[in-house]
Each structure stands twice: as C-alpha cells, then as structure tokens.
Design a protein around this ligand. Sequence first.
Ligand code: ADP
Ligand code: MG
Length: 681
Amino acid sequence: MNRLLQPITNLKGVGDETEQLFNEIGIQTIEDLLEYFPYRYDDNSLKDLADVNHEERVTVEGKVHSEPLLTYYGRKKSRLTFRLLVGRYLVSVICFNRPYFKSKISIESIVTVSGKWDKHRQTITAMELQFGPKQNENGVEPVYSVKGKLTVKGMRKFVSLALRDYLDDIEEILPDDILAKYKLVSRKEAIMLIHQPKENAQLKQARRRFVYEEFLLFQLKMQALRKIQRTQSEGIVHQFPEKSLEDFILKLPFPLTNAQQRVVNEIITDLQSPYRMNRLLQGDVGSGKTIVAAIAFYATVLSGYQGALMVPTEILAEQHESSLQELFAPFNIEVALLTSSVKGKKRRELIERIKNNQIHILIGTHALIQDDIDFHKLGLVITDEQHRFGVEQRRLLREKGEGTDVLFMTATPIPRTLAITAFGEMDVSVIDELPAGRKTIETYWVKPNMLDRILVFIEKEVAKGRQAYVICPLIEESDKLDVQNALDVHSMLTEYFRGKFKVGLMHGRLTSVEKDEVMRSFSENKVEILVSTTVVEVGVNVPNATTMVIYDAERFGLSQLHQLRGRVGRGSEQSYCILLADPKSETGKERMRIMTETNDGFVLSERDLELRGPGDFFGKKQSGVPIFKVADMVHDYRALEVARQDAVTLIHSDSFWTDSQYESLRLYLEESGILSGEKLD
Ligand code: ADP
Ligand code: MG
C-alpha cells in the first residue's frame, strides 16, 4: 500500500492539534505535505553588499567594530545598535526589542546578521543574529505559507521529517523517454530539491520538472477529453448541396476575407463530419464573426435543422435578430427572438412555432439553455462572448442537445497560451484579419484636466453629424471610490450641450425595456451622445458613432478597453478613442501607452496577460483558467507548448495505451474521471 497516503498524524510530533492546523491549509496526508511547496525562498548565502539592492534581505558576516549601544523607549521597547565591519564596508546594525543580546556582543567578535539592507543609510535592520561565523549549511531556505499557530520553522521541521522517512516512497509518474529527452530530474529528487535546495541551480532543476509535469498532466486531460468527444460523440452529419451554400456566400454584400473563408471551411467541415463540433472562434472586434455564424446557420437550415444563437445581453440579442432577419429574408428563413420581454400568449405561440420547425433560427440570451424549449431538430448552437464560461459550463451546454454541434465565439482575443489551457479540449479557429479599408481608430491618452478641450472636440464631431459614447466606471457616486459615475457625467453633459444635442444614459440597472429604448434612440441618432457604463462593451453596433471617451480609463484592463474602443470605427468615418486617465502606477501608465500604440487585439491581449496575470485576464471568477502550483503560463509558455505537443502525441499513439512506462499517466487519467466521462474540474 501507498505509505504516502497515510494521514499526517503518522509523522512524528504531529498530534491532534497539529493535524487540525495542517487540515486548515489543506494538508491531510504525508503526500499532501510533501507536495506543499514553498512559495518563496530566503537566500541566506553570504553576499557582497555591493550586489545587494536597497531594502533587500541580506545575510552578512562581520567583525564588531563598536561597543553595542542599548536605548529604551516606550514601555518595554528597546533598540540595540552597533557598527559592523563587513569586508570593506563599515555598516550599522539595528536590532529591536532584544536587549539581552547586548552582553553577547563585544568588539572584534564575529557576528552573522540577516536582515533588511538600507543602502542609503548603510544600515541593516536585523531579523536574525548569530554569534560567530555563519553556520547554517543551507544557502537557500524555504518559506511556506502558514496559518495560525503553524510557523514557518515548524513547517521546515515537519517537511524535513517527512523527507527523511518517506522520500523513498515517492514514485515517478513521467515516462523514462520524456525524462531523458528533457533531462528532467526524477520526481523524488525534485521533491527533495524544491524543499531543500542548496543553491539556486537546484531549485531551478526542481521547478523545471514540476512545470513540465503540471502542464503535461493538464494537457493530457484536455487531449483525452478532446479525443473522447471526437470518437464517442454521435454528432449530426449535416448534408446539404454545397452549391447552395456557395450561392449564399456569393450573394453577401461583400466578399469574405481570406481569414473568414478559412474559418468557414473549418466550420463547414465540422458540420458535415460525424463528430460533434466543439470549436472556439476567435476574432477581434469588427473582424466579421457574425457573418461566419450566419453562414454556419444557413448550412444548418439547408440540412433540415434549426439553429440557436445565444448572446450575453438582450441588447445584443436584438441587434443580431435584426441583422440576421435582414440577411435571411430573401431566403425564406425564419428568424425569431426569445428574451424575457417576450411574455404570455406571444411566448406560447413562439414556443409552439419553434417546436413545429416554423422558426429556423432562434436568438436569445444565455437563459435560453435554462428554458426548456422543445426544438423540432436543433442542429447547431452558437454562443457569442462565451469566454466567461468554464470547461464545465461548456459541457453542460453541449449536453443540452443530442449531437448538436457547438460553436463558441469570442471577440476577446485570447493569447495562445491561455487558449490552449482554458480551452484546451476544443478546436480553435482564428479570424486574424480585418475587412479591407478599415481606418485605424486614433487613440489619445489625456489627463482629466483637459476635459474642456475634449468637450469641444465632441461638439465638433457631433456637429458633423457623428455620435459619441462617454464611458464611466460606475453608475452612481460612491464614497469608496473616487471615480466618475454615469449619473453625474450625464447631468454635466446634458447641461453643457443643452439646446444643441441630446445626451442619453445607459447602465445595467435600467430595465430591459428602458435599455432598448435608449439603444434604439441612439442607433436612430435621436440621441447624439450616450453616457454609459461598460454594458455597451460587447457587440453593440452603431456605425455612426465615431468618438469614444473613457473616464478613469486606468481602471479597466487592456482587453476591456479594446472592447470598448471597438464600439467606434465601425463605419467609414475616421474614429477616435480618448482615454481620460491619471494613473499613478507604472503599469497603469504602461497600459495607457500601449493602448495609444496599437489597435491589434492580439498584441493587447498578450500584454494584458503579462501585466495582469492569467487569473485576472478574463476579469471574472469562473473563467475556467486552471491554477498551476509551480508553472506560470506567461513565463513558462515554451514548456506549455512542448507539453501540449507531447500530450497530443501521447494520446494519439498506441503505445500510450499499452506500454508499461506510461502506466502512471494512464492511472492518473483514469482517476481524473476523464476516461469514463464522469467529471472535469
Ligand atoms: P464582430 O466580429 O465584431 O462581431 P461583425 O460581424 O459585427 O464583427 O462585423 C463588423 C462589420 O464588418 C459589420 O458591419 C459587417 O457587416 C462588416 N463585415 C463583415 N465581414 C466583412 C467583409 N468580409 N468585408 C466587408 N465588411 C465586412
Ligand atoms: Mg459580434
């Protein structure tokens, strides 16, 4: 039996109380403890002070150069200072609240001090003092995240014990050929080194191994899932005359871009194939995803099935309905909208018509999956802006229809590293090209005190017949945050433009009827200026709007700013985006600069990932981004690519399913429930 799975109480010195403390940080077994990695390391190796940065922790050994001076202040508070000669430096050492050290320090004696280095004052504030030369043999000491009565020192002790008694029980899970290929240390050695490295090089070796292991295990799950979905799913084979589809494409008001043509081919191939499509379609704002969706729906309807389009907001649902209505009107294809505002008799009638196949394409919000709607023959579900869904939700959606093909669309360009992790089990299509003739949006970053000039600018643009958005982070005033709110900005602008232009107000607290009303007047140009929160972020399409002003722009992530900016530049006129921001932090300033320098959503998304990290990238919990313990998608992206490729190769090779060197990996997959199709986390 596996001794590593024994409860932590089997370790010497761990009684009920300590067990409780361990449980609180998620440690139940010996294995849990061994896999509880340090989150950082203190470097206690001796260093030349010339190489140490201001405020960095340092350990030095030196000769005492002055009698220690002890002063008391306040109740029981004391300060001990002395001069220490460290190599060619004469520095001061301060030690708080340890008056008893005074008697141990005498001129000419050797002392080892660890503490924070103040470069300007040439002073070390001591955290640890040893009398005599440096003793500790480990240069690098692990620091664990601990809670309550459990101390870092205690953790170090328990981990040492566990390493001493259980190290030999640690089994390898990576196959020999992979270990050899990448010169990775064994799992046993890596566990040892990650807890007790003697030097940085050893720590690096341990990390390298775990980074690869984490990525490989995760990618194996994704690729296994993908393979199972492909081979075991009984999808619909959509059959239709290709000529009819080509005619439809030729009748579109514009030729497809090369990128659109490519992704249409990928999607149509999926539709015609016997497996269920599970595809992510990425395309920057304005790259023309809607028409791609329409072509896929057309093929679906040609083959005798119905389609459903799900979007995050009712405004978007309505917009899609009107554009698809227009597009499909000449082809006898019935498009309908089902939102919460369709009620009573109308709703019942609509549901009846869906059931009888009198409606071919149904559009609604994501609530469509919750409603129990009986389709006659649902063949294709497309969801727009779905990146907020996790893997599990995507599965739920797929389970709704029998064999229904599923296409997920997103306008947030997702960096490749994230795409292959958060969406690792899916096929990915990318529209990486904008329709020809688009003007780039001119973006400016200005300080809020330039507001007067911006108002003049808006006035000039609107006087030419154009329209403007003004975005605020909040709906109403907040005593916690000093940022602009939509209500105040709306009154200010209404006052400013009184007698000239109408100013509308849009935010998430309006009812859907009120929102429609506002959106309609804006798209019909009855309202020239729209003050809004980020509810207009996704998909809203008013081509006559050419100016986008964003208050407190530093509060938004790059991807979100890019989405907001994408509301303009949708027509033939030159468009402008003005970021009102006075960021204090360097990253804040960097973000504003990047926005003014590029219009490329993929470039922005890569930078956003670097600046904010994967956890925050999607801006929401439930983003479906897995948590890795050691690996970091941004910095370890090369390892991620390699591990993914290896996972693909393994899953599709026969030897993986039979060869004994892959047994632990197979076992891992079995335990994860993927192979039996049970669950996924
Ligand atoms: P998004 O990818 O942001 O959803 P849309 O589908 O809304 O983009 O397309 C943006 C605009 O570009 C629409 O007005 C659409 O009609 C137009 N468009 C799409 N594809 C092309 C193309 N190949 N050539 C010219 N205009 C196009
Ligand atoms: Mg769209």
